[in-house]
Design a protein around this ligand. Structure first.
Ligand code: G16
Length: 543
C-alpha cells in the first residue's frame, strides 16, 4: 500500500470554535477540506506516530466517509492503533470514556452536536485529548496555526476498512479495532448508579419517555433504559439514528423537542421525560407538566448526587459556565464546597475535573456531567435523575418545589437571535464593552446596574487567562443579564441573551418564567439595543 503526499494550500477559517470545527456539510465535503483539517490536527498535536486514537461520530451525513478518510490519514501518519465504534458511531460521552478506558492519546469525534445534519446542514470534527476532554485552547490554537501553514497532507491508498462488526484488522501498518459503541459506556453507568433501585421504580409502574431525536443516543438508551433497567418497550422514541435526524433539529430544548413537551403534558403523561442531542452530550429533563431548566437541573443534581452510589462520598466542588444561572452557587454554599464559574465551553471544565476541584459541572446549554468522563453526558444526567427520583420517591414537580422552597428560585431564560448579520451583532457587543465603566449606577427600564464586566477567566489550575468571554451585567434585586455571541453557529452570528432573576419570596416561586423575567428582558433591550443592532423584534428561540 502506498502513501500519497498531496500538495495543498491553507484553507482560511479552520479554527475550532466552542466545540471543534463546525461548518456546512458541503464545505466539509469539498475535496481536501476535511483532509486539510485532519492533517492540521495531527501536525498541531505534534504528530501521531505510534499513538492510539479513538474515532467515532453521531452518524450524521458524511460521518461514514469522513471516518474512512481519517483512518487512511491516521495510517499514513504512522498511528499504531485507532479504536473505532462499530459503524463509525460513538456518542461524545462514550468517546470520552473510551479514550480514558483504553488510555488512548486522543480521539476524533465527528459531530456538529445539536446542529441539524444532512448534505445541506452541518458537520463537525472535534479533537479530544488524552484525558478524554475537548482540546483546550492551547491545543486548538496550535491546530489553527498548523492549518495556516499547511502545505501537504498524507493519505494511505487503500480500500475502506470494514467497520461493520467488532474485531481487529490492519490498514497499512496501523491496527483498526472496531468496538461495540455502547457496552463499555453502559457498564460505566451501571457502576455509578443504583440500577436495582431504579429497576424497582420502573417495575412499580413509573413511566418514562426518552426522545432520542433520531440521533446517537437511541441505541444507548435502549440498552440502558429498556434492556438493563426494564423500562417498558416503546419508552424510547425516535430511537433509530438517521443521517439527517429525520429532518429534525436534534437539540433537546422545548422548541426543538416540542413533541416531547406535548407528550409530558396532562394527567395521562408519563412520570418522567428526557431527550438528548445529536451526539448524546446534552439533555433535557421534564416531569409531568413540568420542564426543568438546565440550570435548575444542575442545582438539583448537585443537591442530591450523594443519593447515587457513584457520588455517595459527596462532591469536592461544582462548576458552571458563567452564563448558567447561579442556582447551583446557592447549593454549593449550603454544602460548603467551592463553585467555579468558567467561560462557555466544556473544555474549560477539564482542568478542574482533572485536579479534583470539581465533581459536577453544568451549563445552561443543556449540558451536565461529572468527573466520570471529560464531556457533558446526556444519559448520565437522565440516570442520575432517575436514581434521585427512585430514592426520594417523589415526582419531578415535588422535587422542584422542595428545591425552590429550600434554596430560592432562579428564574432563567435564554433568548437567541440566530443567523443575524455579523457586523450588527459585533457592534452590539462592542458597544456594551465600550460603556462598561459607565454603566454601574445607571438605570435601564427601571432597573439599576450594580456591576458590569467583560468576563475573563483565570484558570486556577494552569494559570491561563481567557478574556472577552461575554458581557455580564448585574441588576438590582438579584437580576443579571449576559450578552455573548455563540461559538457554534455556522451562519452569520447568533446573539445569546441570558436572563436571570433570583427570587426568594415563597409567594413568588411558581410564576411563568417569561412573566417573572419581563423587567429583566426590558432592561436587556434598553441596555443593548437588540432590535436596533439586529433588526429583530423578537428572539428566534427562547429556552
Ligand atoms: C457546545 C459546547 C458547550 C456550549 C455550547 C453552546 O455544546 O460544548 O460548552 O455551552 O456549545 O455554545 P455557544 O453558546 O458558543 O453556541 P455542544 O453540545 O454543541 O458540543
Amino acid at each position: 500500500m502506498t502513501i500519497t503526499t498531496q500538495a495543498t494550500t491553507p484553507i482560511p477559517g479552520q479554527k475550532p470554535g466552542t466545540s471543534g470545527l463546525r461548518k456546512k456539510t458541503r464545505v466539509f465535503m469539498q475535496p481536501g477540506y476535511l483532509e486539510n483539517f485532519v492533517q492540521s490536527v495531527f501536525n498541531g498535536v505534534g504528530g501521531i506516530e505510534g499513538r492510539t486514537l479513538v474515532l467515532g461520530g453521531d452518524g450524521r451525513h458524511f460521518n461514514d466517509r469522513a471516518a474512512q478518510i481519517i483512518l487512511k490519514m491516521a495510517a499514513a501518519a504512522g498511528a499504531a492503533r485507532v479504536i473505532v465504534g462499530q459503524g463509525a458511531l460513538l456518542s461524545t460521552p462514550a468517546a470520552s470514556h473510551l479514550i480514558r478506558l483504553r488510555k488512548a492519546d486522543g480521539g476524533l469525534v465527528l459531530s456538529a452536536s445539536h446542529n441539524p445534519g444532512g448534505p445541506d446542514a452541518d458537520f463537525g470534527v472535534k479533537y479530544n485529548i488524552a484525558n478524554g476532554g475537548p482540546a483546550p485552547e492551547a491545543v486548538t490554537d496550535a491546530i489553527h496555526r498548523a492549518s495556516e501553514g499547511l502545505r501537504a497532507y498524507r493519505i494511505l491508498d487503500a480500500a475502506d476498512a470494514d467497520l461493520s462488526r467488532p474485531g481487529e484488522a490492519r490498514l497499512g501498518e496501523m491496527i483498526v479495532e472496531v468496538v461495540d459503541p455502547v457496552a463499555d459506556y453502559a457498564d460505566l453507568m451501571e457502576r455509578l448508579f443504583d440500577f436495582d433501585t431504579i429497576r424497582a421504580l420502573l417495575a412499580g409502574g413509573f413511566r418514562l419517555r426518552f426522545d432520542a431525536m433520531h440521533a446517537i443516543t437511541g441505541p444507548y438508551a435502549r440498552a440502558l433504559l429498556e434492556d438493563r433497567l426494564g423500562a417498558a418497550p416503546g419508552s424510547i422514541v425516535n430511537a433509530t439514528p438517521l443521517p439527517d435526524f429525520g429532518g429534525g433539529h436534534p437539540d433537546p430544548n422545548p422548541v426543538w423537542a416540542a413533541d416531547l413537551v406535548g407528550a409530558m403534558t396532562g394527567p395521562e403523561a408519563p412520570d418522567f421525560g428526557a431527550a438528548s442531542d445529536g451526539d448524546g452530550d446534552r439533555n433535557m429533563i421534564l416531569g409531568r407538566d413540568v420542564y426543568v431548566t438546565p440550570s435548575d437541573s444542575l442545582a438539583v443534581l448537585a443537591a442530591n448526587a450523594h443519593l447515587a452510589p457513584g457520588y455517595a462520598d459527596g462532591l469536592r466542588g461544582v462548576a458552571r459556565s458563567m452564563p448558567t444561572s447561579r442556582a447551583v452557587d446557592v447549593v454549593a454554599d449550603a454544602l460548603g464546597i467551592p463553585c467555579h464559574a468558567t467561560p462557555t465551553g466544556w473544555k474549560f471544565f477539564g482542568n478542574l475535573l482533572d485536579a479534583g476541584q470539581a465533581t459536577l459541572c453544568g451549563e445552561e446549554s443543556a449540558g451536565t456531567g461529572s468527573d466520570h468522563v471529560r464531556e457533558k453526558d446526556g444519559l448520565w444526567a437522565v440516570l442520575l435523575w432517575l436514581n434521585i427520583l427512585a430514592v426520594r420517591g417523589q415526582s419531578v414537580a415535588e422535587i422542584m418545589a422542595d428545591h425552590w422552597a429550600r434554596f430560592g428560585r432562579h428564574y432563567y431564560s435564554r433568548h437567541d437571535y440566530e443567523g443575524v448579520e455579523a457586523e450588527g451583532a459585533a457592534r452590539l457587543i462592542d458597544g456594551l464593552r465600550a460603556r462598561l465603566a459607565t454603566l454601574p449606577g445607571q438605570s435601564f427600564a427601571g432597573l439599576a446596574v450594580t456591576a458590569a464586566e467583560d468576563f475573563a477567566y483565570h484558570d486556577p489550575v494552569d494559570g491561563s487567562v481567557s478574556r472577552a468571554q461575554g458581557v455580564q451585567i448585574g441588576l438590582e434585586g438579584g437580576a443579571r443579564v449576559v450578552f455573548r455571541l455563540s461559538g457554534t453557529g455556522t451562519e452569520g452570528a447568533t446573539l445569546r441573551v441570558y436572563l436571570e432573576l433570583a427570587e426568594a419570596d415563597p409567594a413568588r416561586l411558581h410564576d411563568d418564567p417569561q412573566t417573572a423575567l419581563a423587567p429583566v428582558i426590558a432592561a436587556a433591550e434598553a441596555l443593548a439595543g437588540i432590535t436596533r443592532h439586529t433588526g429583530r423584534k423578537a428572539p428566534d428561540v427562547i429556552t
